[in-house]
Design a protein around this ligand. Sequence first.
Ligand code: HEM
Length: 520
Amino acid sequence: MLQRPLFPQAFPEIPFTRLFLIYMSITSGLWAVWKVFIYPAWFSPFRHLPKPKSGFPLINHGLVAFQRPAGATFLKFMNEVPNEGIIRVPSFFNSDWLLLTDPKALADVLVHKCYDFEKVAGVRQILRAVLGDGLVVVEGDEHKFQRKHVSPAFSFRHIRDLYPIFWSKAIELIDCVAAELQHDSVVEVNHWANKVTMDIIGLAGLGRNFNTLHNSDDQLIKTYEEILEPTTEKAMFFAAHMFLTRWVIAKLPWKLNQKLKDMTSALKSMSQQLVREKKELIKVQGDEHVDIMSVLIKSNNFADDMIAEQLLTFLAAGHETTSSAFTWGTYLLSLHPAAQSRLRAEIRAAIPSPSAPPPDLATTLDSLPYLHATVSEILRLYPTVPVTVRVSIRPTTILNTPIPAQTPLYISPWAINRSPAFWGPTAHLFLPDRFLDPVTQKPTSGGVDSNYASMTFLHGPRSCIGEKFARAELKCLIALWVARFEFEMADKSEVPLPAGAVTSKPGNGMRLRIRPVEGW
Ligand code: HEM
């Protein structure tokens, strides 16, 4: 019936279906011409902003976020495109993305108007499917509530109590590596870094010794690792969340749907069990538990389910980030033997025996200027989250530029941390001394004019809540590693390349030739 001509006089030969298709093709064609050519050139509110030279036609700079090292192209744009805080980065089909380059622009997005921007919905969907509604995932008022009540557990008052845990796990690490050195002087460090940071987040975050350094058979860790184990199918599954809603994906006949559902619900019930057990222990043994979970339980601000979701969040956010930072730290120090020797001397002088650290370990380690400077310089040069993305959720402004809703933005800690505009001509060099006052040798924030020149942990209400935890953990790991070992790259011609989907880790691991230094 539909094949009958609709307007026999006007279009005697054209049936309705064809007419409809012609109409759809013309309107979508016109819409595409408007969207891809006319709007960006003559109507976009960003048309006056500076932009890099055009990329490939239609693709433009759309692939920039997938290039490795992530953030390197943004640094190139910052260096080459004169700008006043915002660079327009045309993406697929000439859609507008913005790159923030200036402290005031960053402050607008991260601090003053933080809740006008959110993480990309697709990324949140993936994270929610695995971690639940923890701090990394939630937005708006729910985020304000969680952040307010989780923050006290990460205050320095509590982190101080965790130093002995970090220290004891770092000792276990060097003992394990020393045992491996009996057979081979070359060690792949990232493998060990993953294990020790997993053990640390287990003990200091969740109050549970996963014992991964000694080949754990902890079911929670096994399930967690199984979910995150990279396979092509999983990469496709997670990528699908960028284009389709979770609801649609859940309806697809994809076996991984059920498998992941089983694994994530097993993970959740294990962490709920962990919370129940911990609650019982606190009842029986009293108040001396110092791990983050115990502090959250004792605060009485969260239901058990919510604490369980935060635990998975801490596990995901606090494990690979610190592991990669430590691995890059060993790389930078392997290229700078003089820095190793200076650090070793500082640590050995302050802590004569690793197995008998001073009672106030936090104060001792935090008073070591060169350790502070080295850790800060490692975190500056290798921010383990090199790029992050935000989307405006309502019309707003950045540096008085009107920003319509749904405008995507790049924030690149890698580019900002290495920008000569902030750090001068030595921005790309490993120079811990930049974090020390040249006269007093007291720790500084790097001799830069703005806090926003260091973006490793971002700033504002959505900054890394675990920054103090991570810095303290790194201090313990770096201190023990350097004081105990002398090391260099196993293959001196190798330049390890940052890889990884969200965090930046060495793509082929980090093989170091290591020699124990006696007398400590
Ligand atoms: C060197 C180590 C670390 C680095 C470089 C790092 C970096 C970051 C960055 C850049 C963000 C913001 C991501 C975004 O919004 O796009 C973030 C958020 C977060 N980090 Fe870290 N992180 C580290 C270690 C840790 C640790 C050890 C923990 C917990 C024990 C942790 C817990 C979190 C949480 C819960 C958030 C979400 C905060 C919120 O949205 O309110 N991180 N981290």
